[in-house]
Write a protein that binds this ligand. Structure first.
Ligand code: ATP
Length: 355
């Protein structure tokens, strides 16, 4: 992950009227990996991407893509492939013909067409009309178009939008394959679970502000684990909860099981203590927060720390602990952090009212 950042921003902002769509964000993206850009609908992902591609003028701040300033997109766009939301193609032309049109318009190497069709596994459907393509095939053709210039960096805005699980899996595999060829991928999604499996690095945004950026591992490691214990006999559940609480642990019933906020290494102890109390466990699992839970945990903690949760529809911490325990530092308060901007930004003013 080391090396020159593929892209960087400093205080990058976009204001529409009184509202900041993107509010002074500092991003630093490692080269050669898949970085996820995640946040709920309306968080500012598309606006950020449009600024990085020189398609929207920032209100404030600066940025560099592949070492070139975003004020001069001509200096880097030839090395960047982009797919912004649903790709637009001529429905009455074949996939191949559409790519030919793009190579002509962009003065790109036409020998790339066969290569990119192969890369996205569309070679055998290349001569079919685009109107006969499934949504997943259209998305793959969009990625093929983004790959035409043989880019060093590929920026994809919600490439899995509207796809079924099989389509999502195909796109994931495709993106993984790109980094194996040395291409840096920056992919946005409002569904963390969709990209959890492929990202090594994450930039999380909420209401225009960065709430976390860094390695996926460091985010997950900072999340609390829980134990799920199931007594063989449901009647033992209250006694099991009481036993756990006497040990000073937080326990709550979940169906016929109990969830214990605890590190994984307490599992054996719990098993021993339950047995000593005459309670047999028929199940004992260690659960780790998913990326989605981690996001809600971080955002929930920031909002609790700042002010009210604001009116963003559908944002609700689920199963999350009240705070990312250790590891996640408030943005700007980290003493001597090696990675500037890594950690959690304070979340003081969720401009009341959502989108
Ligand atoms: P989604 O996941 O729904 O695509 P997003 O994270 O990409 O969301 P943006 O599309 O960047 O979010 O929008 C961020 C905010 O900026 C939203 O409140 C949106 O309504 C607002 N916004 C975006 N473009 C404009 C515009 N041209 N004029 C006014 N407001 C805008």
């Amino acid at each position: 992950m080391a090396g020159v950042p593929a892209l960087e921003t400093a205080g990058l902002s976009k204001r529409y009227g009184a509202r900041f769509a993107v509010d002074h964000i500092d991003i630093s993206l490692p080269s050669g990996v898949v970085s996820g850009f995640v946040g709920p609908n309306g968080a500012g992902k598309t606006t950020t991407i449009l600024m990085l591609l020189g398609l929207v003028r920032p209100t404030d701040g600066t940025g560099q893509v592949l070492g070139q300033p975003i004020t001069d997109p001509a200096a880097y766009l030839a090395r960047v492939g982009a797919l912004i939301e649903a790709p637009l193609f001529y429905p009455t032309l074949s996939g191949r013909r559409n790519l030919e049109v793009l190579t002509r318009l962009g003065r790109l190497d036409p020998t790339r067409i066969a290569q990119v069709l192969e890369q996205v596994e569309l070679s055998d459907r290349a001569h079919d009309l685009v109107r006969s393509y499934s949504l997943g095939m259209k998305q793959r053709l969009g990625i093929a178009a983004a790959l035409l210039p043989a880019p060093e960096l590929v920026i994809l805005d919600e490439p899995t939008n509207g796809l079924d699980p099989a389509g999502i899996r195909e796109i994931r595999e495709l993106l993984k394959g790109l980094t194996e060829r040395g291409i840096t991928v920056f992919v946005s999604s409002h569904l963390l679970a969709e990209i959890e499996a492929i990202c090594q690095h994450l930039v999380m945004i909420d209401k225009g502000r960065i709430v976390f950026q860094g390695g996926v591992d460091s985010l997950l490691a900072a999340q609390q684990t829980a134990l799920i214990a199931t007594p063989e006999h449901a009647k033992d559940l209250p006694a099991l909860i009481a036993l756990i609480e006497r040990e000073g642990k937080e326990a709550s019933a979940e169906g016929e099981s109990v969830r214990v906020q605890s590190n994984a290494d307490w599992a054996a102890e719990l098993n021993r203590r339950a047995m000593a109390a005459g309670i047999t466990l028929s199940g004992l699992q260690v659960t780790r927060a998913s990326l989605e839970e981690a996001f809600f945990s971080v955002v929930g903690a920031l909002r609790a720390h700042g002010s009210s949760p604001g009116g963003e529809g559908g944002l609700r911490p689920h199963g999350s602990s009240p705070g990312g325990e250790g590891g996640l530092r408030p943005h700007g308060s980290s003493p001597g952090g090696e990675h500037p901007g890594e950690g959690v930004a304070p979340f003081p003013d969720p401009a009341s009212g959502g989108d």
